[in-house]
Design a protein around this ligand. Sequence first.
Ligand code: MG
Ligand code: MG
Length: 250
Amino acid sequence: MINRKSREEIKLMRHAGHIVALVHQEMKKVVEPGISTKELDNIAMKIIKENHAVPTFLGYSGFPACICTSINEQVVHGIPSEDVKVKDGDIISIDVGATFHGLVGDSAWSYAVGNVSDDIKRLMKATEEALYAGIEQMRVGNVLDDISGAVEDVAVKYGYGIVRQYGGHGVGHVMHEEPFLYNYRVGDKTPIKQGYAIAIEPMLNMGVDEVTVAADEWTVSTIDKKPSAHFEHTVVATEEGPQIMTKLME
Ligand code: MG
Ligand code: MG
């Protein structure tokens, strides 16, 4: 069952999302060549705790950190480590979750480290564009396939692979609620109703669609080792249109 969030729940999700956005605001500043992914995790943890929230990912199915850090060919679910430092030309996806008074905000962003190639810039631009194209379809009266199709169309336009095994999801009282949201058309005619909260998260690959999970049982990478980008917002369908929860509150 897909649950509809009440006005009060949406207020709390917006607060959780604001804290997630504060983390991203800081990540944007501190991601530079030489910083370790563990340092990024420590900074995220500090911000989440200072804002009286709980890091949603820490301990989720045993995940050992409060952010996921996925570099270059890594798609999602990379584990922060003191031994992993980003370098000039890398692309890093940072996925952040915060729980505030029982409600979750979930958002990922891909960051360029130093100077990246034009190819990487194009991949990032396309994936961000796919995210916003999906968000635009998160409207009462549309169906889930409208979001999936909008994401797919952008990926096809740029000629990028679409990760098939992972996708968006309902979010709220826990990080993963129903429904599952594909990043390509599957014909899902589930109507979008007022109060639905979904994390929309395209993962686009410069090469082929296929991915594989590492021996650590977390890190997902492209099989052809080409770079991947990942952008995600938590969005609520309202009578006034799609509202992004994971941005800074005014
Ligand atoms: Mg996420
Ligand atoms: Mg998510």
